[in-house]
Design a protein around this ligand. Structure first.
Ligand code: F6R
Length: 631
C-alpha cells in the first residue's frame, strides 16, 4: 500500500488529506480548481468532463459555481456525469437527483442540456442493465472523467456503492444500506418513503476518473473518513478503495478530520504538547482499551501504549491516575444549575445565584428533549427559571398524513377553527404528490409541532408560558439544504438573549454538517453573542453545549455530566415520545432500538456505563455537556 503522508503526524494516512478552516474554504478551493480546468480546456478547444455528486455536501460548491458563472465563467464546454439516482422516483420528486441538480446548478448555468448525464431512475428493471452499460459507454465516449467530485455516506459509500462493493464494480442497480436509508429518512419524511434501490456509477467507474476529490463536513462523518483514509482497503468500506487512486484527495473541515490519528491519538504519531484535555483523553483511552478502571493503571500500561512521554512529564501513574479520576469525578453533578449554598470550587456550575435564568435553545422542537430532557426536568424542579426557545418551527418535518389527522379532528369539532381546518384539508388534497407545502400547510404543520412541544415540555415540568416559538425566518422561508440565514435571524436571536439575560444558555449544533438546521442555528447564536459582547449579563453567563442527536460527547470533552435516576429516564422518554409526528410511521421490526427515544436511552445508558467502567459510580443514565466560551 502506498503512503502519501508528508509529515510524521500524517504517517497513517494513505490518501492525501487537506483540512480547511471550514466547508466554505474547502468548497472555494475546489470551485477554483474546477474553473481553472474548464478555462484550460476551453482555451484548447476541448471539453471538461466533470463527475458530480448530490446531497448536502456539495451544495456550497454549486453555489460558488453559480456565482462564478454569473461573473463570467462559461460552462458551454462542460460535460457532466452524475454519480447516482434513486430508482423508482420521478424526476419531479423533491428528492430526485435530477431535480436537485437542476435547482442547484444546471438551471443557472449555460451548460448545453445534451451534455448533462444523470442515471435514469424511472426505467423499469428490465431496462436498467442496458441503460447502465450505455452510461459507461457515454463516459468513455466523452473521453473519461477529468475530475470526479464525491461525498461520503456514514456507511463509507461513495456514489451509492454500499459496503460490499468491489473495486472493479461498474454502473449498476444497487440496494441501499439500512443506515443510508435512515439518514435519508428526514428528507423523505419517513424511512418507509426512502427508495430501496438506486442506480450508481461503480467504484471502478469512479477510480477511472483522472482526478478525484472527496468532500466531507461535520463530526458525523469523522469516523468513516478516518477509516477510509487510514484503515485497510476493503470492500466493506468502499471509500477506502480511493487509497489506490494516484490522484485523489480528501478535502475536510476540522470536525470531519477529527478522528484521524494525528488529532485523535496524536501521541501515536510524534511528540505532543500535553494539554490538560489531551492528558485526560490519553488516560481515558488507555483505561478503555485495557478495560481497566483509571485507578488501576500502572506505569507499564502507559509505557506499553506510546504514553511513556506523558509519564515522564506528569507521572508516575499513581499520581496521574488520581488527577484524572478527580477531574472525572468533578464533572458529575446532580445540580446542573449549580448547588445552592455549597462549595462550588470543584463543581461544573457556580452556586450563585441560587435561582438562575436558564435559556434552553432547541434548533428544532425535539433536539433539547433528546439530549437533555433529564436536565430540563432537573432545572425546573430545582427552582430555576427555565425558558425553552424553539428556534425553528419544524414544520418541514411533519408528514402529510399526520397533519391530516389533526385537521380531520379540528374540522369535525366544528367551531371557529373548523373553516381553517377544512381549507387546510382542501389544500392537502390538491397538493400534487411532489409539490412543496403551501404557506397555509406549513403554518398548520407548525401548529402540530407546537402542540407536541407543549406536551413534551409539560412532561419535563415546563409550563407553556415558558416556551418561546421563535420561528426563525431562515427556516420558514427555506428548505432543507437551501437555508439562507440573514440579518432578521440574528436580530431575533439577539433580542431573545438580551430580553432574557440568562445565567445559563444550553445550545447545540457546532459540529454538525454546516447546512443542517442545528449548524445554521449555532452560527446564528455565535453571531448574536458577538453583537452582545459588553452586555453586563454576558460576563455572568455560562454556555453549555449539549450533543447532537444520537450522540454523547466523548468523555474527555465532558465538563458537566448529569446522572439521571431510572424514573427521570422515564420522564425524558415520555417527553420525547410526545413528539408524535417524529415517530417512525412504519417502524421496522427488524431494526429495534432505532426510534429516537430508544437511541436517546441507549446513548445516556452507555455514557453511564463508560463512567462506571472507568471506576466511577454506577448510574442508570447520564446526560453530557461541554462548556463553551465563544472566542
Ligand atoms: C450523492 C452520493 C452520496 C453522497 C453521500 C453523502 O450523489 O453519491 O454518496 O455523497 O451520501 O451525502 P450528504 O452529502 O448528504 O451527507
Amino acid at each position: 500500500m502506498t503512503s502519501h503522508y508528508r509529515s510524521e503526524s500524517e504517517q497513517f494516512e494513505k490518501v492525501p488529506v487537506r483540512i480547511f478552516e471550514d466547508a466554505d474554504g474547502a468548497s472555494r478551493e475546489l470551485a477554483t480548481e474546477i474553473a481553472a480546468l474548464i478555462r484550460a480546456k476551453a482555451a484548447c478547444g476541448e471539453r471538461a468532463v466533470l463527475g458530480l455528486a448530490t446531497g448536502s455536501t456539495p451544495v456550497r460548491l454549486y453555489r460558488l459555481l453559480r456565482q462564478m458563472h454569473a461573473e463570467g465563467l462559461s460552462f458551454a464546454n462542460v460535460v457532466t456525469f452524475n454519480l447516482d439516482e434513486y430508482h423508482g422516483i420521478a424526476p419531479s420528486h423533491p428528492e430526485s437527483y435530477r431535480r436537485f441538480m437542476g435547482e442547484q446548478l444546471f438551471d443557472h448555468i449555460d451548460i448545453p442540456p445534451e451534455n448533462i448525464h444523470i442515471p435514469d431512475g424511472t426505467l423499469e428493471r428490465s431496462l436498467v442493465f442496458a441503460h447502465c452499460a450505455q452510461y459507461e459507454k457515454a463516459i468513455e465516449a466523452a473521453g473519461g472523467i477529468d475530475l470526479q467530485i464525491l461525498g461520503i455516506g456514514r456507511t463509507g459509500h461513495i456514489g451509492f456503492n454500499e459496503p460490499g462493493s468491489a473495486a472493479e464494480s461498474r454502473t449498476r442497480l444497487v440496494t441501499l444500506d439500512s443506515l443510508t436509508r435512515r439518514d435519508a429518512a428526514r428528507d423523505f419524511l419517513g424511512e418507509s418513503n426512502v427508495p430501496r434501490h438506486a442506480l450508481t456509477m461503480g467504484v471502478g467507474t469512479i477510480l477511472a476518473a483522472r482526478r478525484v476529490v472527496l468532500l466531507a463536513w461535520g463530526g458525523a462523518k469523522a469516523g468513516v473518513v478516518a477509516s477510509a483514509v487510514e484503515g485497510p482497503q476493503t470492500a466493506a468500506l468502499p471509500a477506502s478503495h480511493l487509497q489506490s487512486h494516484a490522484n485523489c484527495a480528501f478535502y475536510l473541515d476540522p470536525t470531519a478530520s477529527s478522528a484521524l490519528t494525528r488529532f485523535s491519538y496524536p501521541w501515536r504519531v510524534g511528540r505532543v504538547d500535553w494539554t490538560p484535555q489531551l492528558r485526560r483523553k490519553a488516560v481515558i483511552h488507555l483505561a478503555g482499551s485495557l478495560q481497566k478502571p483509571v485507578l488501576r493503571l500502572v506505569d507499564e500500561d502507559y509505557g506499553a501504549h506510546h504514553l511513556a512521554d506523558l509519564l515522564t512529564a506528569q507521572g508516575p501513574a499513581y499520581n496521574l491516575n488520581i488527577k484524572i479520576f478527580n477531574e472525572l469525578q468533578h464533572t458529575l453533578t446532580g445540580w446542573p444549575g449549580g448547588k445552592p449554598n455549597a462549595d462550588d470550587s470543584n463543581r461544573p456550575e457556580r452556586a450563585e445565584p441560587a435561582q438562575k435564568r436558564c435559556l434552553v435553545l432547541t434548533p428544532e422542537p425535539p433536539d433539547a428533549f433528546n439530549a437533555m430532557g433529564g436536565v430540563l426536568h432537573r432545572l425546573t424542579s430545582q427552582g430555576h427559571e427555565v425558558r425553552l426557545a424553539v428556534l425553528c418551527s419544524g414544520n418541514l418535518g411533519v408528514p402529510d398524513p399526520i397533519l391530516k389527522l389533526h385537521l380531520d379532528f379540528a374540522a369535525e369539532m366544528g367551531g371557529a377553527s373548523a373553516a381553517e381546518a377544512i381549507a387546510g384539508l382542501d389544500e392537502l388534497q390538491r397538493k400534487g404528490e411532489f409539490d412543496l407545502d403551501t404557506l397555509r400547510i406549513r403554518r398548520l404543520k407548525s401548529l402540530v409541532r407546537r402542540g407536541e412541544t407543549r406536551a413534551a415540555a409539560l412532561a419535563c415540568g415546563i409550563d407553556e408560558r415558558r416556551i418561546s416559538n421563535c420561528e426563525l425566518p431562515f427556516y420558514e422561508k427555506g428548505r432543507y439544504r437551501q437555508f439562507q440565514p440573514g440579518e432578521e435571524d440574528v436580530e431575533t436571536l439577539a433580542r431573545l438573549l438580551a430580553d432574557f439575560a440568562p445565567h445559563q444558555i444550553y445550545a447545540t449544533g457546532g459540529a454538525l454538517d454546516p447546512s443542517s438546521v442545528g449548524a445554521v442555528c449555532f452560527s446564528l447564536l455565535r453571531e448574536a453573542l458577538s453583537r452582545l459582547t459588553g452586555s453586563a449579563w454576558i460576563d455572568d453567563c455560562r454556555i453549555w453545549l449539549y450533543p447532537p442527536a444520537e450522540s454523547a460527547w466523548p468523555l474527555h470533552e465532558v465538563d458537566m455530566a448529569v446522572p439521571l435516576s431510572p424514573s427521570e429516564v422515564g420522564v425524558k422518554l415520555d417527553a420525547i415520545y410526545r413528539h408524535a409526528s417524529q415517530r417512525s410511521q412504519n417502524p421496522a421490526p427488524s431494526a429495534p432500538g432505532t426510534e429516537v427515544w430508544q437511541t436517546a436511552q441507549n446513548t445516556n445508558r452507555s455514557t453511564a456505563h463508560d463512567y462506571d467502567a472507568l471506576g466511577l459510580a454506577e448510574y442508570e443514565a447520564i446526560e453530557t455537556f461541554k462548556r463553551w466560551i465563544p472566542a
